[in-house]
Design a protein around this ligand. Structure first.
Ligand code: GLU
Ligand code: ZN
Length: 295
């Protein structure tokens, strides 16, 4: 079988609707794939039902279609992948690479989110416990296509992290790594808010013998106060009748050339033109861009 040279993906979490920041990330990922004739897959990261917004899944798919961001093949739903996640958690647990943690939120206060390893050698049973992955006292680094070298010491900066929550739900870090590998993803283009999650994902890939994709983290679009869009307030879904102007705005946010005539184009025409002219050297090499700075 031929290994395709480029498989990209967009992996929204249905905790809210797509907003301008998600459009910028989806667009960058779509363009990076289409510019080289690659595939672009869609994965619904619906692993946390309590945090899901009703109607968000359907609205996300609708918006992508309205904006001309068509994907290849069937949508993958993480809610259908629990067996695969469970098998890996059990394997890691049995190998002693992961362990059960019964610490309460209260016990972990004051550690700045870095797990201090309290349960590491206590041999708790899995029932009513979170499962944490033991991290090595090592730095993991990679070279991002835009942000350059990024390095993080897992022991000092992250600590043993949760792969299955106490309520039985699987953690993003585990699901994302397993599914990117399962779907054959070669290139991950996503928001820079996930840059500091990447070393954890590299460690999981190494542990599980999975190949490492290339990464490109595009600037995160923030509110004027610096907060992530859609995080601290419920941002409105992207309006269906504004696809062309908002795609043009997203292209400008990505430093891509926009010509006057494009304002009259359909979303698909705008996207086709942008894919032909996609230039990663023009991307702003920043972690975030306030939405107010965009025209
Ligand atoms: N589901 C994650 C999010 O919406 C993105 C996952 C990823 O691109 O790795 O923030
Ligand atoms: Zn613990």
């Amino acid at each position: 079988m031929n290994t395709p040279r480029y498989i990209g993906r967009f992996a929204p979490t249905p905790s809210g609707f797509l907003h301008f920041g998600s459009l910028v990330a989806a667009l960058a990922s779509w363009l990076d794939a289409r510019a080289v004739g690659g595939q672009w897959l869609l994965r619904m990261e619906d692993i946390d039902p309590p945090r899901e917004a009703p109607g968000a899944q359907a609205a996300i798919l609708h918006t992508l279609e309205n904006y001309g961001l068509h994907w290849d093949g069937a949508v993958v739903y993480q809610s259908q992948r629990h067996d695969a996640y469970a098998a890996v958690v059990q394997r890691l647990f049995q190998q002693g690479l992961a362990y059960a943690c019964t610490c309460s939120r209260k016990q972990l206060e004051g550690y700045n989110g870095i797990y201090p390893g309290l349960c590491r050698n206590l041999g708790h049973a899995q029932e009513d416990a979170a499962i944490r992955l033991r991290v090595p006292e090592l730095s993991y680094h990679f070279t991002d296509r835009l942000q350059g070298r990024f390095e993080q010491h897992l022991g000092r900066e992250v600590g043993d992290f949760v792969i299955r929550r106490r309520d039985g739900l699987y953690a993003y870090q585990l699901a994302v790594v397993l599914d990117d590998a399962w779907q054959g993803v070669t290139d991950i283009v996503r928001g820079a808010d996930l840059l500091d999650n990447t070393p954890r994902q590299l460690y999981l890939q190494e542990l599980l013998g999975l190949s490492q994709p290339r990464y490109l983290h595009v600037p995160l679009i923030t509110q004027p106060d610096g907060h992530k869009l859609g995080k601290s307030y419920r941002s409105a879904p992207l309006p269906a009748d504004q696809a062309t102007p908002l795609l043009l705005r997203a292209l400008r946010a990505l430093g891509q050339p926009v010509e006057a005539g494009m304002a009259l184009g359909t979303p698909s025409e705008v996207l086709a033109h942008a894919a032909q002219h996609w230039n990663t050297d023009a991307l702003p090499r920043r972690l975030s861009v306030p939405e107010a700075d965009l025209h």
